[in-house]
Design a protein around this ligand. Structure first.
Ligand SMILES: Cc1ncc(COP(=O)(O)O)c(C=O)c1O
Length: 399
């Protein structure tokens, strides 16, 4: 008779399980590793074969360090299950995952549509690498929804989405965009870093390539760069082929830290969400504060889409100072913060802030107002302390 441990932990989960259970169990096979609940960190280049017949027929699970090992398999399997994907791959960073995803679905002569709110370095990749390779890039208003059809051309090969948008937090009607794109055979990509696969499963919205900066919430401790890609049946083969051909590989120590972070994603995100709602509920009534940018708030223009497509919200949000606030005032507020660090890479346990100047940021949807804005990452500290910190910084700046 199989032991309890064999039946409970041997194979990850079945499709019926809720996402919190999947996050806890997926990709773990303790019986393969003497019962240890986590897979080993396999440092490897050479893989040995028992005999030359096995070597030449390739009938062995692992063949060569670059092509994967039990550590990378574990995280890829967990992501495949969480995202309901045909397969998943790991990348050296979120940006590397974005570049790989795009390269897997466009070729010379193609036209690529990118949401105007995409993460800045995504634009940089698209603007610097793609034109030289014969791909024409066009930015579109993220709120376009089904209207994306009007931008389609015979050579449109892919549509890149990101929701909410970087820094300005516009939501996108991803199901409408995906349905329209599929009618012309285009591939749909989504940068889903803000929600993580826990609060949004892009493939269930019609997306073909779901991308994460694993650096943020999956790793969750501000100590590793990682990217993840999950592909639908129609996108998987091309991604897998490109990945192998490019010699992509992520170091096992980094993958292990991704796996380790993944197991607590659910409890961390829940706390990020709760703290963010508490901080914003206080912040919205403070003098000098303008618009709050966070789709989980009823007042946000993207709230209905968020409610329909997402099951939760994370710790990244922004607020504008009221019109007329000078850049020096915004900077002096940021310098006065004591608990919030000044840092760009978010998703860790700690609270962070960065200055954002909205004017001139976009090309398809120009933001004319010269507002000073601040992006906050609300961490796992006690929200009362975070509020006190924001309060004293506002008072120091504006009196
Ligand atoms: C939305 C979004 N996507 C992608 C990235 C890139 O991730 P990485 O820093 O791991 O390259 C970031 C980083 O800030 C991001 O905010």
């Amino acid at each position: 008779m199989p032991s309890k441990q064999d039946t409970m932990n041997n194979n990850s989960t079945d499709a019926q399980n809720k996402i919190d259970t999947v996050v806890t169990h997926a990709g773990r096979h303790p019986r393969k590793f003497h019962g240890f609940v986590n897979p080993p960190v396999v440092h490897a280049s050479t893989v040995l074969y028992p005999d030359v017949e096995t070597m030449v027929t390739g009938k062995q699970t692992y063949s060569y360090g670059r092509r994967g090992n039990p550590t990378t398999d574990s995280l890829e399997e967990a992501l495949t299950e969480m995202e309901g994907a045909a397969g998943a791959k790991l990348a050296n960073s979120g940006l590397n995952a974005i570049a790989l995803a795009i390269l897997s679905c466009v070729k010379s002569g193609d036209h690529l549509l990118i949401a105007d709110t995409a993460y800045g370095p995504t634009r940089h990749f698209a603007d610097t690498v793609l034109p030289g390779n014969g791909v024409e890039v066009e930015y579109y208003d993220p709120r376009i929804g089904d209207g994306i059809r009007s931008l389609f051309r015979p050579e449109t090969a892919a549509v890149f989405t990101e929701a909410p948008g970087s820094l300005t937090f516009e939501m996108q009607d991803v199901p409408a965009i995906a349905a329209a794109a599929h009618e012309i055979g285009a591939t749909v990509l989504m940068d889903n870093t803000w929600a993580s696969p826990l609060y949004c499963q892009p493939l269930s919205l019609g997306v073909d390539l779901s991308i994460q900066a694993g650096t943020k919430y999956i790793v969750g401790h501000s100590d590793v760069m990682l990217g993840t890609l999950a592909a639908s049946e129609r996108a998987w083969e091309k991604l897998d082929t490109l990945y192998g051909a490019m010699g992509c590989h992520v170091a096992p120590d980094d993958v292990y830290l991704g796996l380790r972070g993944l197991r607590t994603l659910s409890v961390r995100l829940e706390r990020h969400q709760r703290n963010t709602l508490a901080v914003l509920d206080w912040l919205k009534d403070q003098p000098g504060i303008g618009r709050i940018r966070y789709p989980a708030l009823e007042s946000d223009p993207g709230h209905e889409i968020w409610k329909r497509d997402f099951t939760g919200s994370s710790g990244l949000c922004a607020f504008d100072f009221q019109a007329g606030t000078a850049r020096e005032e915004a900077y002096s507020f940021l310098n006065a913060l004591a608990l919030f660090g000044l840092g760009f890479s978010w998703g860790g346990f700690e609270s962070l802030a960065i200055p954002v100047r909205l004017k001139g940021m976009r090309t398809a949807t120009l933001l004319d107002e010269d507002l000073q804005s601040v992006r906050l990452h609300i961490g796992l500290e006690d929200p009362e302390d975070l509020i006190n910190d924001l309060d004293q910084a506002l008072k120091q700046t504006f009196g």
